[in-house]
Write a protein that binds this ligand. Sequence first.
Ligand code: GUN
Ligand code: FE
Length: 456
Amino acid sequence: SSSLTKLEYLHNTAIAVSSDGIIVAIEPECDASKAKSLLVPKLGWDSGPVSVEILDISSQNSKFFFPGFIDTHLHASQYPNVGIFGSSTLLDWLNTYTFPLEASLADTQKAKRVYTRVIRKTLSHGTTTAAYYATISVPSTNLLADLCVSAGQRALVGRVCMDQLGPDNYLDESPEQSLAATKECIEHIASLNQSLVRPVITPRFAPACSLPLLRKLGDLARETALPVQTHISENRNEIKLVKELFPTSATGARDDSYAGVYDAAGLLNDKMILAHAVHLTESEADLISARKAKVSHCPCSNSAITSGAAKVRWLLEKGIVTGLGTDMSGGYSPSVLEAARHAVLVSRHVAMDGDEKAKLSVEEVLYLATRGGAEVVGLEKKVGGFEVGMEWDAQLVGLGVVDEDGEEEGSEGEEGNVDVFGWETWPEKVAKWVYNGDDRNTRKVWVRGRLVHERK
Ligand code: GUN
Ligand code: FE
């Protein structure tokens, strides 16, 4: 995407990626026979023999490269619970399903099993960058970071901070201990000496953090310039709880709004990722916009646990940078494509409530899933699109082609839910993918040039 509403198609175009995963040249009108001679000089190795691998999809009008998806909000630790939420809403969902599971991942054997699977699963759905919440456990959070590095998934990994609201077996002992544990994880990730996985300061959400803890994390964010992620204004009872727990007399905030609490703690800045933002007031949205904080829109979660319909058009019109999050397992699916599709539908519900211009297009939700998400996680110069200088975080998408007899062409394992007859335009093919595609269409996935998933 070149802008929110415009999806750019690079037909018959060759993209040259260096061995360290950087896009070094983009050559339009370049067929496979010309690719090598045109691109090798641009790789800057004119002299001597070079080995170039060419992946040619030009003969197949059902395949295309697409930027990898950015999942701006998900809980790696909650993956075993996908689809398990009954008819709960946020606060009882946390107590019934979420806290017990997260507490159990203090067992690093169990955490290894779960996190290994989450990474494989999200990569198989084309998620090349994930902003993960782990748990309060330092060893298992560090393990998640290690596993992302070895699997080659780009990630923000956050150790969850919470010193109130949780059950006795799943709480930080004090603000000091919570801060120290967070620093341990930050130092561990720094010790890995790589740049794919970065730490993120993660106060769970205001109701689960004391004011001293929020303030300490605000100071840490300022000292380290690290990103921060949390939840905001997801559910009406949650918002009520925030007003009770954080009176302005305690916070010194200008009002008792949810955003005001984070702002008073020094957390609301341009590196802050706020998940949900369903029920923001006008003045809160204006504050978020003024502070340049980002929003992760999590439509599957907001529908599943009955939180509400976030007004994405309204956020965008306020200039708030927005991306998509699966919020697994508040959200029922690890797929950003599913979140994109659901974002379209939720925007229709907002439109049916009277705001016709609220409708998001296929192009717009794909922008949120890539460019928007990249900006939310602070990686807009590196990923989210195909431009010279950016890194090759990409997916090869393949749609099902229907032959003369009405059968699907192609090899075993390549079948999927999307049927293309051959007369569709490219925008139509992409729309078919958005509405009916799934991981069967995600044939190959790369992060920084490394092949990290291949559908067999
Ligand atoms: N608010 C606080 N914790 C959570 C969580 O784990 N998921 C969601 N969706 N909202 C939260
Ligand atoms: Fe969440």
